[in-house]
Design a protein around this ligand. Structure first.
Ligand code: ATP
Ligand code: GCO
Length: 170
């Protein structure tokens, strides 16, 4: 099972994704680590990425997904996946489950402002929100609650879809 935790920068993808992977008993990967250096420098400088910037990044991620699937491994991935076309690139055969972390601009801006040691320039939030095309078929969860409560909610929604982890089955 491939689960992609998506949403704008600061919505909590890494925080919630790591907890979710723990609960599912599988590995976790952060799409942030797949960006070419030029993309990271752009974001650090507060310049929004373009479709062309994101293409090789999404391709690299998809290759990684192919690898996990070939190895029969489940994985939780944190990836903004802001546009429907990006989600199609990541999951061309609808073989990934998307979890959408949804919250107000105010909540996210405050969290980004408080976050330390990350390359992402908080000024990019407006462009992230403008680029976001909200998914209609994802597991959408509100980010107002603490991370553990959000992870619990996602687990319940996965269960409701009949998707149980190996860990919980044994
Ligand atoms: N549910 C939550 N409640 C309170 N704080 C949170 C919650 N989720 C995340 N945070 C905090 O908000 C900040 C942003 O979270 P995180 O880095 O996980 O977001 P992200 O979506 O992965 O961001 P990016 O896409 O920029 O990497 C972090 O400092 C994190 O500790
Ligand atoms: O599509 C994008 O604009 C990027 O992926 C960003 O969202 C960052 O990677 C990340 O969210 C910031 O750390």
């Amino acid at each position: 099972m491939i689960v992609i935790v998506m949403g704008v920068s600061g919505s909590g993808k890494t925080t919630v994704g790591e907890l979710l992977a723990e609960r599912l008993g599988c590995g976790f990967s952060d799409a942030d680590d797949f960006h070419p250096a030029a993309n990271v420098e752009k974001m650090r400088a507060g310049i929004p990425l373009t479709d062309d910037d994101r293409r090789p990044w999404l391709q690299a991620l998809r290759r990684a997904i192919d690898g996990w699937q070939a190895a029969g491994e489940s994985r939780v991935i944190a990836c903004s996946a802001l546009k429907a076309a990006y989600r199609d690139q990541l999951s061309p055969h609808d073989d990934a489950i998307f979890v959408f972390l949804k919250g107000s601009a105010e909540t996210i801006a405050a969290r980004l402002k408080a976050r330390k040691g990350h390359y992402m320039n908080p000024d990019l939030l407006a462009s992230q929100l403008a680029t976001l095309e909200e998914p209609t078929d994802a597991i959408a969860v509100d980010i107002a609650s603490p991370p553990a409560a959000i992870a619990d909610k996602i687990m319940a929604r996965l269960d409701a879809r009949g998707l149980h982890s190996e860990k919980r089955r044994t």
